[in-house]
Design a protein around this ligand. Structure first.
Ligand code: AMP
Length: 398
């Protein structure tokens, strides 16, 4: 069976077509500037790449163009739409409405649109737009929703509750949900495979460090705690997100900066994090270059990021009562030795010992062990593959 994985943003649509027998990516690409002049689809298939500069006023036209690219004489990989067994849609937030991957029915679509949009106003409406476009263009193909939050559904109440009035949690669903679940699930399972152990035997902290970053405690293959919260704003500071901040500072900043509370939240999401601290960039490559040239605030941003990540590794080791493995993944986790070294430095008391040369080695795209041979805790770099998890979950559901 072939599964089409769709990740729709408000003006973008990324896709991969995956053959589930071999788990190989047959075709992939992305539409950009949907609904904006200058729309473009960059598509790969058959080992070739093709760029379609074509007007895409909406997501329906975008998905039609994607299907055209999948059939294209030059880069096409299928002969008929019937070859696509199902479509798996990435959805950021499920609230408490969906605990696992879910087949789309009219009722499910209604819940997605009526209940979850306010939980992720930037992401979930875009996912629903992509879903509706696919349903229109491929009316007979089963559609599945795969949530970033699902892997975190196993967190115990003591981990996901905030210290607020319990009735407010019950009435409004204000609690920690966690995000990047497909990535944490994938890399923790890969770590167990690599170590030749059953997931049930391992206590792992997975560090998904990218433009958005989250850290998760995976005990016996199940998530028991994570750093992102009610929204992806919580946890460590990120590219442009502040991470955890005293809620009282929101009201204080609103007064000082003459902003509404919504404007402060927007500021905390878009203007803060390492970009705000450094005043230079949200991109770690720029921060590393800046720090090397003596920019103290770039160095401070890198220091803060590693320090905050390290604190959560320690906290989650305590929460699990032990630690067997730390996994680094995503753009920064896979590519930035200086951050990995900063996170692991000082964790020797937990049994973490990094192999400096292995840590400094190039990203090969494969799993790399960067801990010393005699390190009690294994430290691994594992490339994430969220699309494959979405495809697997969709196939399993069918
Ligand atoms: P992601 O959100 O997973 O795509 O990660 C994006 C982040 O990864 C960017 O902020 C970059 O700073 C970082 N990144 C990607 N590639 C590299 C690299 N080769 N070296 C350092 N940082 C990188």
């Amino acid at each position: 069976m072939k599964i089409l994985v769709v990740n729709a943003g408000s003006s973008s649509l990324k896709y991969q077509l995956i053959d589930m027998e071999t788990e190989q990516v047959l075709a992939k690409g992305g539409c950009e500037r949907i609904g904006i002049p200058g729309s473009i689809l960059k598509a790969k298939g058959n080992g070739k790449e093709k760029v379609y500069e074509q007007d895409m006023p909406n997501h329906k036209v975008a998905i039609e163009l994607v299907l055209h690219a999948l059939h294209d004489g030059e880069i096409g990989v299928i002969k008929s739409m019937d070859e696509i067994g199902a479509v798996g849609h990435r959805v950021v937030a499920s609230g408490e409405y969906f605990k696992k991957t879910t087949l789309v029915t009219p009722e499910v679509l209604k819940t997605l649109e009526e209940k979850t949009f306010e939980l992720a106003p930037l992401h979930n409406p875009a996912a629903a737009t992509g879903l509706r476009a696919c349903m229109e263009v491929m009316p007979k193909t089963p559609m599945a929703l795969v949530f970033d939050t699902s892997f975190h559904a196993t967190m115990p109440e003591k981990a996901y509750l905030y210290g607020i009035d319990y009735e407010d949690y019950k009435n409004f669903g204000v609690r920690k949900y966690g995000f990047h679940g497909t990535s944490h699930k994938f890399v923790s399972a890969e770590a167990a495979k690599y170590l030749g152990k059953k997931p049930s035997e391992l206590k792992i902290v997975t560090c998904h460090l990218g433009n958005g970053s989250s850290i998760t405690a995976v005990d016996g293959g199940k998530c028991v705690d994570t750093t992102m919260g009610f929204t992806p704003l919580a946890g460590v500071l990120m590219g442009t997100r502040s991470g955890d901040i005293d809620a009282s500072a929101v009201e204080f900043l609103a007064r000082k900066k003459g902003m509404s509370h919504a404007e402060v939240i927007n500021y905390l999401n878009k203007k803060c994090g390492v970009a705000g601290i450094s005043g230079v960039s949200s991109d770690f490559r720029d921060l590393i270059a800046g720090a090397e040239q003596g920019n103290a605030r770039c160095a401070l941003a890198l220091d803060m990021f590693a320090y905050q990540t390290k604190k959560f590794v320690g906290a989650f080791a305590a929460a699990m009562g032990g630690l067997d493995c730390i996994v680094f993944t995503a753009g920064i986790g896979e590519n930035t030795p200086v951050v990995r070294a900063g996170v692991c430095e000082g964790l020797e008391f937990l049994g973490v010992k990094l192999d400096k040369a292995a840590n400094a080695g190039k990203n090969t795209g494969a799993i790399r062990e960067i801990s010393a041979k005699d390190s009690k805790v294994k430290v691994l770099v594992i490339p994430t593959n969220e699309e494959l998890v979405i495809a697997r979950e969709t196939a399993e559901l069918l």
